[in-house]
Design a protein around this ligand. Sequence first.
Ligand code: PEP
Ligand code: MN
Length: 339
Amino acid sequence: MLVVMKAQATPEEIQAVCEQIEQLGLRPHPLPGAQRTAIGITGNQGEIDRGNIEDLSGVAEVIQVSKPYKLVSREVKEEDTIIRFPGTNATIGGRDFAMIAGPCSIETREQAFAVAEEVASAGAQFFRGGAYKPRTSPYAFQGLGEEALKIMAEIRDKFGLRIVTEAIDNEALELVDKYADVIQIGARNMQNYSLLKAAGRKRKPVLLKRGIAATLEEFLMAAEYIMSEGNYQVILCERGVRTFADHTRNTLDLSIVPAVQRLSHLPIVVDPSHGTGKRNKVIPLGRAAVAVGCDGLIVEVHHQPDKALSDGMQSLYPEQYVQLMNEAAQIAAVLGRTV
Ligand code: PEP
Ligand code: MN
């Protein structure tokens, strides 16, 4: 794939170059930046004739991207991607640090509202909650489905929180896209290419969790699947990987944060809840995640963790979430970021 770059391009100029690329039977992917606009090109069988692209009016330079992931790469887009949520100040990426909090699963309206109230008053900008749960056992609670999505839509209206929830398959994706603000793709589905492509055809941001045994390159290639379909709003999420260590549920690999930031312009958040599986490790690892320079935390919180239908052992009590928010804010400030 080749990349066409143009300094300080206007939206009209970008549009014009994209149309010319389409006329060559190729697919343009505009990634505007303040310094330059990159247009990734896909849809080619074999080599693209460089000359054809270089000759298009408005094109300043054509480069070959060396990495297997293209649109995800910093070679294509130097500046950090910032995901914005129209009508709010919430962002993921950039200077502001994002806090995504809520229960593992939406269990009842009362439970969801009780947790939402706590995390909203503590200052979270996003509410997480599972409607469709990928459970190890088919006999475990599978989620309330659309009913949970409706409850979360009410939570958005009442508390102003943006909603993050998982789509476990293509069918759930349609409903998640209808009700939520961010489509989560879970660790177990990180290499479900049909689901990644379908999420790539949606226009809502996608939070992509790292697979339980995914390498950095496999993780970035999964993000490339989403972007290659035209959805450029991808948020990466480190949630721990499977290792020999058995003192935690997973081993939270914080070293992937700077590794991703070197190679990709996409924002990356950290999930210390699934990353440790143990409530008493969530705050320390959450603090460390802020310090390592990630763009946000996604944390499980429950007002009655002992009664939770899933992941109660790793769910913070609301007062612990308040503590994490305070500590995260102090650490973020050292890095010049605001929680
Ligand atoms: C979740 O966030 O509820 C979840 C199931 O996470 P993961 O896909 O990381 O296991
Ligand atoms: Mn969970």
